[in-house]
Design a protein around this ligand. Structure first.
Ligand code: UDP
Ligand code: MG
Length: 317
């Protein structure tokens, strides 16, 4: 029996990129005659004509399936929905903007099948075409998170990844609300091979990731995969206690020896500001973890569907 690959494509305002994407992926599927395909397009609450575009593709091509969200839930939610709705033996995530070159899929599939891996990941070797400041912060982030957490996050790794059904099910079993896929992929383990490619520019439309959004995503990654910041907060607290104790001893002795207890007003202010700063910072760190816990305990759905290709069929009848 022919195996089937589910291509999961999160789409948020991608009306311009979609036609290019569809052309590319059909070319690829024609070159891979030994497998069946399903293109699972996840409309992540787009405000432009993305859903209409998807629907017209679904009408002319049976391989196109779609799930449309009731609002924008984010790429992570779209990827999760894709996994839940996919029916293939192999699953691949791909961006709609052709920054994850579909032409690489053939090589990925062959490597996976012939070399016996569970997953083929891809990473960009360069960050060409990206603002330098963004690359700088990205590098720092990967260094930091790899030091802090015992799960390996590969610098430059994309979400473009082909995996077996078994691995996909493992990821599906992680039902957390605050999702950080790069970490989840590492967490579930399995044998992964990395393919490298040069950074590609977006074919049309523009990126949805502002610097602020990326920053929040980075915090998400850290909070989701390590509790080290909490320990740092505790250690800082102990250190400051020790320092202040030494300082108290020092002040008592100098006052006894030289009198003049008023001396030291500026240093007092410095210490006060420093310590209250640290206190606020630590409270902030605790707050971050608490906030995530709060959201997890609510057990809200990761996404809400407004329609799928099945609805379109029943409406026609
Ligand atoms: N995306 C999404 N929901 C969002 C933001 C992005 O589904 O809230 C999709 C988007 O349509 C694209 C992919 O995620 O297919 C990657 O987004 P983008 O190209 O903007 O990110 P970049 O490549 O710049 O990191
Ligand atoms: Mg992109």
């Amino acid at each position: 029996m022919k195996k089937k690959i589910s291509v999961i494509v999160p789409c948020y305002n991608e009306e311009k990129a979609l036609p290019y994407f569809y052309d590319e992926i059909t070319k690829v599927s024609e070159s891979m005659k030994d497998v069946d395909f399903e293109y699972l397009l996840i409309d992540d609450g787009s405000q432009d004509k993305t859903l209409e575009k998807i629907k017209s593709l679904a009408k002319k091509d049976k391989r196109v399936r779609y799930v449309s969200f009731s609002r924008n839930f984010g790429k992570e939610a779209a990827m999760y929905a894709g996994l839940e709705y996919s029916s293939g033996d192999y699953i691949v995530f791909m961006d709609a903007d052709l920054q994850d070159p579909p032409s690489l899929l053939k090589e990925m599939y062959q490597t996976l099948v012939t070399e016996g891996y569970d997953s083929i990941g891809t990473r960009r070797v360069t960050r060409k075409g990206e603002p330098p400041i963004r690359s700088f912060f990205a590098r720092c982030f990967y260094k930091l998170i790899n030091k802090m957490s015992n799960i390996e996050m590969v610098d430059g790794a994309r979400d473009y990844r082909l995996m077996t059904r078994q691995m996909a099910n493992a990821i599906l079993s992680l039902k957390e609300y605050n999702r950080y896929s790069k970490g989840l992929f590492s967490f579930v383990g399995f044998k992964t091979k990395w393919l490298e490619y040069e950074n590609v520019k977006r074919v049309a439309g523009e990126t949805k990731w502002s610097f602020w959004k990326l920053f929040k995503y980075a915090i998400e990654g850290i909070v989701a995969f390590t509790t080290l910041p909490l320990s740092i907060a505790a250690v800082l607290g102990i250190l400051i206690c020790i320092l202040s104790f030494i300082y108290i001893v020092y002040i008592v002795i100098t006052t006894l020896l030289f009198g003049n207890p008023v001396l030291g007003w500026p240093s007092m202010i410095c210490i006060l500001l420093f310590v209250s700063g640290i206190q606020l910072l630590c409270m902030g760190i605790i707050g971050q973890y608490l906030a995530k816990t709060y959201l997890e305990t609510k057990k809200r759905p990761i996404y809400i569907v407004s329609e799928t290709e099945k609805d379109a069929k029943t409406r026609q009848n």
